[in-house]
Design a protein around this ligand. Sequence first.
Ligand SMILES: N[C@@H](CCC[C@H](N)C(=O)O)C(=O)O
Length: 291
Amino acid sequence: MRIRFTKMQGAGNDFVVLDETRGTLGLTPAQYRFLGNRHFGVGADQILTVRPSPGPDIDFQYVIHNSDGGEVEQCGNGARCFMRFVRERGLTTKDAVRVQTLSGVIEPRMGEDGRVTVDMGAPIFETEKVPFDPAGLTPQHEGAWQTWHLALSTHAEEAIIAVAVLSMGNPHAVQVVGNVDTAPVATQGPLIEHHPRFPQRVNAGFMQIVSRSQIRLRVFERGAGETLACGTGACAAVVSGIRLGLLDPRVDVETRGGRLTIEWAGVGQPVFMTGPAVTVFEGDIEVPEQP
Ligand SMILES: N[C@@H](CCC[C@H](N)C(=O)O)C(=O)O
């Protein structure tokens, strides 16, 4: 099957975007994996699919697959690219749309400077909804919130880390580090992603506090490995920092691929994420039936 795609990126988090507004392609997890593969396919951290509105008051449906082929609930950088894609392709003329994802409705809005702001919805803190299993652990109280001590061990390394745990529609574990440049992202990332206390795996964030309004962040993403930026990871890190008493309500997040601005007014309120969304190129590719 030959398919048309658009390659996009938001702060260096890169995507293959597919238009299924006129019919589904019926891709299998192996075919999504093929598209995400940087050697044999197009190459991307996630594959985003635009589908027609599933119901009243909703403009589109947004389907997200990680480069490992698994479908996931949410993708923040992808949401900004989604907005630019539906505008550039003439699928809408609206400046703001309501988009159904697996974890709820988000609202991306075009900015005048070409950046996109997304209402990502309110963060979720109930451990069973993240999901995270805290049985037998004692939370460490910090600021108005708490972190959890997790043991990471392999034959090569033993470590106890303190993570804040929350969901932005998808699961996140955020730890504060002294310097993101030397943080053990490559070694601890996979151990945190697959830690048995996260039954659906987790995205692992490493946050360096620069000031009350600026952080540096690296994220080892579930199903994709370390990416140049993670939008939901940026939201999760800033929300954690605010609740732990370390950050103000508006924070610039410096990622390896660019800057995102996150705003959050407190528990029960939505998180707003602003950042770039860029079309890189378009093309078509033959997708094998059984890659
Ligand atoms: N890159 C994304 C997050 C994509 C999904 C994530 N890897 C997961 O499995 O939850 C973002 O910008 O938020």
